[in-house]
Design a protein around this ligand. Structure first.
Ligand SMILES: [Fe+2]
Length: 380
């Protein structure tokens, strides 16, 4: 059984893919829009009726996440109209479900490798997370040809999601050496691609690198989760309808500046402030290695000063947003205090390496000039 997005039918490769699937007589289901408890309950009912040996999810993060949850819950005792309530209540996820093979047609979400899935609940205005070993896809197929035909804004949003996931997994208080390595690998792969993507370069080598960077960012957050940047993105998506990666990218530079100014007193990572600054210097260096001069991170490992070079990265991300016609955060009409209050309710927010409460987050979001963000105070 295959699950595809509505966009499946509008891509340059649609005819070929549809012919292959017809030849396999595969049952096809279209999942539209973001995954919600109700959309997953509908998909779950169909999966139960068909009971396939394997589910193939072809699409972006929404299709892959919806399929992952439906496949994982198929072995549980809950179904029908009660399934949506089960998802809302964070009910148990069986340890094994129907295996899923993920075939991303957008790069960067990492959904093809993570043991969790995002579910959007419009009734409570909340982003939910369904997690467990059975949620992780059994396999993934990364084919650069499948990225063909993506509009620039959609591709740019995917690139920003990759960047945010790589950076956040690396500086997460939960990051082990493996998560840091995967996160930095994602950043160092995707940073040199900002200019080619903004310039609409659509070569096979760029597409392949985007897919690999997305896979690495997924492997990184599977180990360390995301942090405050993703937590802020959820209310931006729910309230303004921003694409997920765009919402992450719009605030990534602000969080980078904020975390780079971490002090002994405000550090939440048990490995100490030197560890956090070193990771952020490595993030900045990944941009410098891209050859655009944005980075040049420096940290001597012993001093009390903030990491240098973060301003260049912040400007680089904002420049990428503008070149791809995606509004920057300061161009959004949003109530900063409401966004901050919603963001700190997500547990992801507290993986942040520098202490962050609603007041500090409101100040960070409402600051007119990025240059003052490093000086904002929160818990020291
Ligand atoms: Fe993400």
């Amino acid at each position: 059984m295959t699950v595809v997005s509505a966009g499946f039918f509008d891509r340059p490769w649609t005819g070929h893919a549809a012919a292959v699937l017809d030849g396999m007589a595969a049952h096809m289901r279209v999942h539209r829009g973001l995954p919600t408890p109700e959309s997953i309950a509908d998909l779950h009912a169909e999966v139960r009726a068909v009971h396939p040996d394997v589910l193939v999810a072809i699409g972006g993060g929404s299709v892959i996440d919806a399929t992952k949850v439906a496949a994982a819950l198929v072995a549980g005792g809950v179904g029908g109209p009660r399934l949506a309530a089960h998802i809302r209540a964070s009910g148990p996820v069986p340890t094994a479900g129907i295996p899923v093979v993920a075939v991303p047609t957008t790069p960067g979400t990492g959904a093809e490798v993570t043991p969790f899935a995002t579910v959007w609940d419009p009734t409570s205005d909340r982003k939910l997370s369904v997690s467990g070993p059975a949620v992780r896809p059994a396999g993934a197929l990364l084919d650069p040809q499948l990225l063909g035909g993506l509009p620039l804004a959609q591709l740019a949003s995917c690139v920003l999601d990759t960047l945010a996931q790589g950076i956040e997994a690396a500086w997460s208080v939960q990051a082990d050496a493996s998560a840091i390595a995967y996160g930095l690998a994602a950043v160092s792969t995707v940073a040199p691609l900002l200019d080619p993507v903004a310039n609409r370069c659509d070569s096979t080598s760029v597409r392949t690198a985007l897919l690999l960077a997305g896979y690495h960012s997924g492997a990184a957050i599977a180990r360390a989760e995301t942090t405050a940047c993703h937590a802020v993105s959820y209310p931006l998506t729910l309230r303004l309808g921003l694409a997920h990666g765009h919402a992450c990218g719009a605030v990534l530079g602000r969080l980078l500046r904020y975390n780079a100014a971490v002090t002994e007193r405000s550090c939440r990572d048990s490995r100490g402030v030197a560890h956090v600054r070193r990771v952020i210097a490595d993030i900045v260096d990944a941009f410098d290695d891209a050859g655009d001069g944005a980075g040049d991170g420096a940290f001597d490992g012993a001093g009390d000063g903030a990491v240098s070079g973060v301003g260049g990265v912040d400007r680089r991300i904002d420049d990428f947003l503008s070149r791809c016609a995606l509004p920057r955060y300061d161009e959004l009409a949003v109530d900063h205090a409401q966004v901050a209050a919603a963001a700190v309710r997500y547990s992801r927010c507290h993986n942040n390496p520098r202490a962050l409460d609603a007041r500090a987050l409101t100040d960070l979001l409402s600051a007119p000039a990025p240059s003052v963000i490093g000086d904002l105070q929160c818990c020291g």
